[in-house]
Design a protein around this ligand. Structure first.
Ligand SMILES: *Cc1c(COP(=O)(O)O)cnc(C)c1O
Length: 373
């Protein structure tokens, strides 16, 4: 079976983790501090705070920028539901915006129609490793005084006009889940240039504890969202090869494009001229006539794993029940949810296998097209 995704774990990671285990110091400590420093140098951002997941990063980021019960937060409809879940977790309400079909990111031209006097923040998602349209989003945020929390969960290394995403808004959130560009198993990072936000996040991730003259005090009802030194050790090893891993992802994408660009029953991903796509996911859109789930099954029969890319969040049960939104307003998101297909993408995927995968796709699509429902 050719897997959809496979973390690249080699001797480096195993040796780093072994050192931590032998030290018997397992919880957040020196390794976490080093990992934060490495990421902050990589992103060229002042403060990085490691946490237990990308979702924890989003949750703390929203709290730190002051989003509260009753506020509204603008979120793209097509994403992993964690983006919207974080909004709901702080007691705010999610305002969904449809996406563009080329970038799969929030349609910046449709943000303003969702803004009311309750709007407090906006969460652009850099979907599949490509940047959202940040100039437009930052302009709208300035005009309406909204805080921008970037969901860069799948976009470590992605660039927008030469700047690393996750450092453009007030706060950036990253994930190190095993399917992300680099992994710590589970893990997350908050990036910011704002000292107050950094301080607040550090307190909230560790039970609300603040050290005052060497004495611990609990100044907030905080969380335990800490990363362990075991996880940070994996992350440190991964960061040593981020460039090679990133370059190789681009090569895989180019190879897919080569074989799929003339296929009329699907659309290959579009690279927006404003930035650098890191291809956390290689995501194609199938023609409306094709049943994606049939194609996925056919691929599986041929030993190729694939999956839907992301969810139309407004129609997941919790959001459907709470907001009862009209599908008409989310046509691009719904289309991508129904017809989007993520293909195998990882460092150890042999370039020679891409042609085989593409041949399977072409066969499966023809089959899917004949068996439309
Ligand atoms: C993966 C992902 C998350 C959640 O990150 P976890 O580390 O799994 O909690 C949030 N948003 C997006 C866009 C993601 O891709």
């Amino acid at each position: 079976m050719i897997r959809l995704s496979l973390p690249y774990i080699k001797r480096d990671e195993i040796e780093e983790v072994t050192k931590v285990l032998n030290s018997r110091y397992l919880v957040q400590g020196e390794k976490v501090r080093q990992f934060e420093e490495i990421i902050s140098r990589y992103l060229r951002v002042k403060y990085c705070i490691a946490v237990s997941s990308g979702t924890a990063a989003l949750h703390l980021a929203l709290l730190a920028v002051g989003v509260k019960k009753g506020d509204e937060v603008i979120v793209p409809d097509f994403t992993f539901p964690a983006t919207a879940n974080a909004v709901e977790l702080v007691g705010a309400n999610t305002k969904f915006v449809d996406i563009n079909l080329d970038s799969f990111c929030m349609d910046a031209d449709r943000i303003e129609e969702k803004i009311t006097e309750k709007a407090k923040a906006i969460i652009p998602v850099h979907e599949f490793g490509q940047s959202a349209d940040m100039d437009k989003i930052m302009d709208i945020a300035r005009k309406y005084k909204l805080k921008v929390v970037e969901d860069a969960a799948c976009a470590l290394g992605t660039e927008y006009k030469g700047e690393k995403v996750g450092t453009i808004g007030k706060v950036g959130c990253f994930s190190f889940h095993a399917r992300k560009p680099i992994t710590t198993g589970e893990g997350g990072m908050i990036a910011t240039n704002n000292e107050e936000i950094a301080k607040k996040v550090r307190i909230l991730r560790n039970h609300g504890e603040k050290s005052i003259n060497g004495k611990a005090d609990f100044v907030e009802a905080g969380f335990n969202y800490r990363m362990t030194d075991i996880q940070a050790a994996i992350g440190i090893a991964q960061m040593k090869k981020i460039k090679e891993m990133m370059d190789y992802r681009k090569q895989i994408a180019d190879e897919y494009n080569k074989f799929l660009k003339d296929e009329t029953l699907l659309t290959i991903p579009c690279e927006k001229g404003y930035g650098k796509h890191i291809y956390q996911t290689y995501h194609v859109l199938l023609h409306n006539s094709i049943n994606r789930d049939f194609v996925k099954e056919k691929l599986k029969e041929n030993g190729v794993e694939s999956n839907l890319g992301a969810y139309a969040v407004h129609c997941q049960s919790y959001y459907r029940n709470k907001y009862k939104l009209n599908d008409e307003n989310f046509q691009n998101s719904l289309y991508s949810y129904k017809k989007g297909l993520a293909l195998p993408m990882y460092y150890e995927l042999d370039l020679k296998e891409i042609k085989f995968i593409c041949d399977c796709i072409k066969k499966s699509i023809l089959w899917g097209d004949k068996n439309k429902i």
